[in-house]
Design a protein around this ligand. Structure first.
Ligand code: CA
Length: 218
């Protein structure tokens, strides 16, 4: 079950989306303006925001900034369909962009894709050739055999799998996995990386990046 926030000032459109998505897989909440959307994001955790650009209160670009600080993925949903708007939205960090009017089937497909890409679904993530991560059960199998990971090792693995081929800074890894500020002298990240590599056979793929941190090569 994923929680989705619909930030949309036109009730008819919000309702249409809510009706299409609500069910066993998704539960939707509706915010009619940008301020209300920000308040709801602050109070509750959402897995995805469907965000209209032209919103009263605070516009979609402002709400997007807020979503980014909370690390909630965003799909822009808007009548503004020019190339410039599309590029601006994606540059600012939206995961996807849907132009109104849209087909509900298309919306559903994009919602599913973004949630999966961001590791928000209960689906199993694959890391070729032999790793399977069940994000609902928080279990990892290597070649079909379960591997026991500690909670932090699992969080670390998931972070890299969700950011494949991206060099992650030690301090941001520390902040995301340990939820605390990195003070610079800690070996915690390095020690956990070594254990994850060894347990999962990632010695050649979870590589150190000089002066930065680590990158998972896929
Ligand atoms: Ca609007």
């Amino acid at each position: 079950m994923n929680k989705i926030l619909i930030a949309e000032d036109e009730p008819a459109i919000a309702n249409l989306i809510k009706t299409a998505l609500d069910g066993p897989d998704y539960r939707c909440a509706w915010a009619a303006d940008g301020i209300m959307a920000s308040d709801m994001l602050e109070q509750e955790s959402f897995d995805l925001v469907l965000l209209d650009i032209m919103l009263p209160g605070a516009d979609g670009y402002e709400v997007l900034e807020y979503c980014r600080t909370l690390e909630v993925p965003v799909i822009f949903l808007t009548a503004k369909g020019t190339v410039e708007d599309r590029v601006r939205g994606l540059r600012l960090g939206a995961e996807d962009y849907i132009t109104k009017p849209f087909e509900l089937m298309e919306l559903l497909a994009r919602v599913e894709t973004v949630l999966r890409r961001c590791g928000k679904t209960g689906r199993v993530l694959f890391l070729p050739p032999d790793l399977e991560i069940d994000t609902a059960a928080r279990t990892v199998c290597r070649g079909g055999v379960p591997v026991a990971l500690t909670a932090k090792e699992y969080d670390l693995l998931l972070l890299f799998v969700q950011n494949k081929n991206i060099a992650l800074y030690r301090d941001s890894i520390y902040k995301k996995v340990w939820g605390d500020d990195y003070l610079g002298e800690s070996r915690t990240v390095d020690l956990h990386i070594q254990r994850v590599r060894k347990k999962l056979g990632l010695e050649n793929r979870l590589v150190a990046v000089y002066k930065v941190g680590y990158r998972l090569e896929v």
